[in-house]
Write a protein that binds this ligand. Structure first.
Ligand code: NDP
Ligand SMILES: O=CC(=O)O
Length: 338
């Protein structure tokens, strides 16, 4: 595509040689000046677009701004853009307007239907994507959705990378996500400096669909583990043990993990402020089970976990953190009846 790498937008004059060397060591290239290797001499402004400012998108776009990127944002509920404007972002009125302005546009949207709508609907990404532009969808979707977007973007002459992430609100705020990318390798390479800001590690997994599949497998395991932890906390409680002591024991053994450590104490307090909304975890279980169907993989544990998440949604818990599935498990275990 003949694009340059995605560069931070720190004024070159303000960056000392030492700063530059530090940035270069971290794999972040400075913008070329028009004229470096060509004619002219002024700075080329490199805009990054960002579509979707939910829990994750807001944290990720904020991180890019903090690291000196120029960011143009769009969100369906446009009022949510204001917080980012206060941090230096500009607003695009539609996804198409953002793509028209930016060489690279990142999306972080709720689900397959949102991801497709932002690309294919009126004023969508497709209206302005084309030669020399890259579209990077970091939403968690299925491989078929990703392939559909990839084909359409490529037909218009653009490049596409799917790059779902592992890690929740806090890792997004801290730039500690794990990025599971696939698709156009040239675009991926160009995005690495931005991925280095957003995450602690990026994987390039090959052809489109592999990133989506990897993310679904990971979240299927995570959803099953959350159900298992919920059942364990109930069992400890009902059998006369301290659930907090169970958490302490788990944290010292072979199945210690950050999720149990972070979510366990909050679950015991009935505190489910959403980091990863339960409705999205259920969507991921549903999509992972469909992947299991396609590949004739029997997944009874995940299927049972999905039922618990579905039940939680039906009880109106979809917007709470996915750990609120504990409430369903507690209910299913009976309330005080032996
Ligand atoms: N939260 C987490 O811990 C993690 C989430 N993910 C994945 O990242 C994605 C985003 O998650 P998260 O930020 O938590 O979700 P949120 O529910 O907080 O945000 C969803 C975003 O999608 C937008 N959206 C929803 N439907 C549409 C639509 N039809 N058209 C346009 N925009 C739409 C919302 O806009 P509006 O504001 O107008 O509603 C919002 O910007 C999901 O795919 C999720 O599975 C991945 C890793 C971790
Ligand atoms: O998708 C959710 C996560 O925590 O990862």
């Amino acid at each position: 595509m003949g694009r340059t790498q995605l560069h931070k937008c720190i004024p070159a004059v303000a960056a000392s040689r030492t700063q530059r060397r530090g940035e270069e060591r971290r794999g972040i290239s400075f913008r070329k000046k028009r004229g470096e290797g060509g004619a002219g001499g002024e700075e080329v402004e490199m805009e990054v677009g960002f579509l979707g400012l939910g829990i994750m998108g807001k944290a990720m776009a904020t991180n890019l701004l903090r690291h000196g990127y120029r960011v143009t944002v769009w969100n369906r509920t446009i009022a949510k853009c204001q917080e980012l404007v206060a941090l230096g972002a500009t607003v695009g009125e539609t996804p198409a307007a953002v793509v028209a302005k930016c060489r690279y546009t990142i999306a972080m949207l709720s689900d397959p239907s949102a991801a497709l709508s932002v690309v294919f609907d009126k004023d969508g990404v497709l209206e302005q994507i084309g030669d020399g532009k890259g579209y990077i969808d970091m939403s968690t979707v299925d491989a078929a959705t990703s392939s559909k977007i990839s084909e359409a973007v490529k037909q218009k002459g653009g490049a596409f990378v799917e790059a779902p992430v592992s890690g929740s609100k806090k890792p997004a705020e801290d730039g500690q996500l794990v990025i599971l990318a696939a698709g156009d390798k040239t675009l991926y390479d160009e995005m690495v400096p931005a991925f280095d800001v957003l995450g602690k590690k990026s994987f390039f997994l090959g052809e489109i669909g592999n990133g989506a599949k990897m993310k679904l497998v990971v979240n299927m395991i995570m959803g099953s583990m959350m159900n298992s932890l919920s059942e364990g906390l109930c069992l400890a409680d009902k059998s006369g043990l301290s659930p907090q002591t169970l958490l302490d024991v788990l944290d010292l053994g072979a199945i210690a993990n950050p999720m149990f450590k972070l979510k366990g104490p909050a679950m015991l307090q009935g505190s489910y402020s959403p980091a990863f909304p339960l409705k999205h975890q259920q969507k991921d279980m549903r999509l992972a089970l469909a992947l299991g169907d396609e590949n004739a993989v029997s997944m009874p544990v995940s299927a049972a976990a999905n039922e618990a998440f579905k039940k939680a949604r039906s009880l109106g818990l979809g917007d709470l953190d996915f750990s609120a599935v504990y409430e369903v498990v507690k209910g299913a275990g009976g309330s005080g009846q032996a």
